[in-house]
Design a protein around this ligand. Structure first.
Ligand SMILES: Nc1ncnc2c1ncn2[C@@H]1O[C@H](COP(=O)(O)OP(=O)(O)O)[C@@H](O)[C@H]1O
Ligand SMILES: [Mg+2]
Length: 396
């Protein structure tokens, strides 16, 4: 079983690429589901299907060809079906703090119900072996970030807060009712949280297992887009998800000629080199700029071939984590994987949130998590093919 997450900025081509992956995989006989987590659903449009078909189905999967189903989550439907009351509660729990320092600082945005619903489905399908491959067409970066951070937040909450709170409520309920006339959560309330938690159990290990889940970042050769891709790269690494490819979409083909095109090609070439320096050694896959929108199974299948060439889209293209960030007793450390690096003088500089490393003729730019931004890189050691950078002590 494989899970592939297609993430990136709005409009870069996530839905097209995710749908194309589904078409190609199903043609190879892999039983596939493409699920859209973006509230602005467009899967159905990519497949050129009638939207009323999807609406009628109320968020359940529909089969588009043999071995391929698509699903657009209907959050309102999910909430009314399962956990209306829990919703309120989750809002409260997520405003509590206490998650590991670095993570907490990244969790500026609170997870929403879309993410919970999607995680529940992923977990259920995995447990029931419904599909061989689940392709997730993520919401734009900021929200997909909530998606991956949710299991950890919930786990922390259940361990640290839930049990104590539940016990406390037993004593507090009669008192609060009598004195303040405020209702406190009932037992069923806690029972539903507990059942929700049980249904989510294990999803974290699915997402962080590089043999199961791979993130594929979709990007375009433009400054702002690449910047966001770098940030997403850092974020997924921080959450211990493995990124096995960066997909560069809308690359102008060589044969496109002319003054206007030449300028674009030149700028794309420069950004392509930059992208290589950012994401190397993670494979960079390219998709050409098509002369029209990509609609329907044939067009999607073609995009799939252009993207994966001879590869099987469900394979794992890369497993190593390229950067890891940790804090241990207030000491912050970044580990950057630099394969094929000779031992040489390491030059480090930091501009804002960006760490720039130069080792011999290799240059790498790494966006740092928020907790690292106020710190300065200190000693760096190359251990095997990993550069360990000490960022010093607690910055409080
Ligand atoms: N390589 C490409 N060439 C031409 N048009 C593309 C390409 N990739 C995507 N598109 C078109 O761009 C639009 C946005 O793509 P979409 O996949 O919906 O992006 P996202 O899901 O990231 O918001 C769609 O109309 C799609 O058909
Ligand atoms: Mg989309």
């Amino acid at each position: 079983m494989r899970i592939l997450l297609y993430a990136g900025k709005g409009g870069v081509g996530k839905t097209s690429v995710a749908a194309a992956t589904g078409v190609l995989a199903s043609r190879l006989g892999i039983n596939t589901l493409v699920m859209s987590l973006d509230p602005a659903h467009s899967l159905c449009d990519a497949f050129d299907l009638d939207r009323t078909l999807m609406d009628k189905n109320r968020g359940a999967p529909i089969t588009v060809r043999e071995g391929l189903a698509i699903q657009e989550l209907d959050v309102h439907e999910e909430i009314s079906k399962y956990w209306g009351e829990v919703h309120k509660y989750i809002t409260v729990l997520l405003s509590a703090s206490g998650i590991e320092d670095i993570l907490a600082e990244e969790l500026a945005i609170l997870p929403g119900m879309e993410e919970v619903a999607a995680l529940l489905y992923v977990n259920q399908y995995a447990k029931e072996h419904t599909y061989d491959l689940i392709v997730l067409d993520c919401a734009p970066t900021a929200e997909s970030v909530r998606f991956v951070s949710l299991p950890k937040t919930l786990e922390w909450y259940m361990k640290k807060i839930f049990r104590v709170e539940r016990k406390l409520m037993r004593y507090m309920r009669p008192v609060a009712k009598k004195i303040y006339d405020v209702p406190l959560p009932e037992d069923e309330y806690f029972a539903s949280i507990e059942s929700l938690f049980h249904r989510l159990q294990g999803v974290d290990s699915l997402l962080t297992d590089p043999e199961i889940t791979s993130v594929r970042l979709v990007t375009n050769l433009e400054k702002m887009v690449l910047r966001e891709t770098q940030r997403a790269f850092m974020f997924f690494s921080l959450h211990q998800l493995s990124i096995d490819a960066v997909i560069v979409n809308r690359v102008f083909p060589e044969e496109a000629q002319g003054g206007f095109m030449a300028a674009w090609q030149k700028s794309q070439k420069e950004y392509m080199d930059l992208a290589k320096s950012f994401f190397d050694p993670v494979p960079l896959l390219q998709v050409p700029f098509y002369s029209s929108e990509i609609l329907g199974q044939n067009a999607l299948g073609d995009l799939g071939h252009q993207l994966y060439k001879e590869r099987n889209p469900a394979d794992i293209f890369y497993t190593r984590r390229t950067c890891e960030f940790s804090s241990d007793n207030g000491r912050y450390t970044a580990k950057i994987h630099l394969p094929f690096t000779e031992k040489a003088e390491v030059e480090l500089s930091k501009i804002g949130e960006e760490l720039i490393l130069r080792i011999g003729n290799i240059k790498r730019n790494v966006i740092l998590p928020r907790a690292f931004v106020s710190l300065q890189p200190g000693k760096a050691r190359l251990i095997d093919d990993c550069l360990e950078i000490d960022f010093g002590g607690n910055h409080e």
